[in-house]
Design a protein around this ligand. Sequence first.
Ligand code: GLY
Ligand code: MN
Ligand code: MN
Length: 441
Amino acid sequence: MRLDWNPDHFSSHRKRLLDLLGQDDAVLLFGAPHHIRNGDAEFKYRPDSDVYYLSGWEEPGVAILIRPGADHPFVMFVADRDPDMETWTGRRWGPEGAKERFGADEAYPYNTLAAQLPDLLQGYRNLHYRFADDADRDQLLIGALKSARRKARRNGMDVPDAFIDPARLLHELRLFKDATEIAILQRASDLTASAHCAAMRATSDGVMEFELESIIDHTFRLGGGIGPGYTSIVGGGVNATILHYIENNSPLKDGDLVCVDAGCEYGLYTADVTRTWPVSGKFSEAQGRMYQVVLDAQEAAIAQAVEGNTMRSVHQVAVRVLTQGMVDIGLLSGEVDTLIADETFKKYYMHGTSHWLGLDVHDVGAYYREGQSRKLEPGMVLTVEPGLYVACDDMDAPEAFRGLGIRIEDDVLITVGGNRNLTAATPKTIADVEAEVQAGK
Ligand code: GLY
Ligand code: MN
Ligand code: MN
């Protein structure tokens, strides 16, 4: 249990959800499954983000039921306590812990869920449950509904006949971060800044990409982080032009850049930061020119990421500055408007500029409203991550740019009338990046 974990935080999320629900609504959520890595070895358990958001519960084998119309609105089904099993599996809170520590109004062993669900669902018309995610759960629920309908024929009570994806309400809540979530994200961001700085200082000719990865992991864990919130990308030289390069097993070379996309997960919230730096500690002239184009685009896009603007407009600003820059440095030729309109720019900038960030690296929340990119509002957190990637065999590109991959990514909180760059502590200007790398030499 983390020191900063507070049950009031999760009950405040439940309250926000309850306020959106009616007396006829029930919400049923299941925890994440345990994933086998190989043989009998399991991946470290990562709770389901929705369940965690509403309960703070971090053990496997959990389901939660929320019914605003009930005397006891918050019911948890959790792994039962079993001292013999706990010798193997580790400590469990059990139903008593669920009530005492996690604020459940009622709590039962998970293995009683199927038997209890028919009665618990009676009296509700709308069930917020995500069908077609997991066949076993769907089957469990179908069985419960059949049984509830049979009972309803005798007792006349309502049985859910409308099924709604809980994401509709819940993911909208998760999109807007409260003060505690922002503090946690700031901590994740600060640890991420420390990790990138440590990796910059450890960079030199011959160092392996995985050495930087291990320094990043170490910094995250040492600072109380869970670890990386997604698999870290450490791409030296041409590896940086592979967007999802995660092998991280090549040596770094003087004269090359290294592109590092790594974010710390702290309190289950993750940062998502990319920096690109020269292995030697000094950008070449061509590298510096291309880097400055990406940096200008990123700063312009961050300035655009304010209340009232759209995420689409953030992308459009990034694309415009990048495209103008590509023309200026000779990567593209032609009219900027035309290169944007016919999407020629995508040859070197082929991904989006932003995504929501929070408990998930690609966090939940709708991007569109009535087919239009929605307006940014205070409490939203998004990434701003333009880049340029030139294939090493691109004979159309000036030779000096071939094989370069540059991305710069920060995490931005929308505030009233402006924004706050949560990851601003990670060096970013050419002078600051060079100074950080050189400080380790
Ligand atoms: N690190 C994943 C992303 O930038 O979207
Ligand atoms: Mn990233
Ligand atoms: Mn990202």
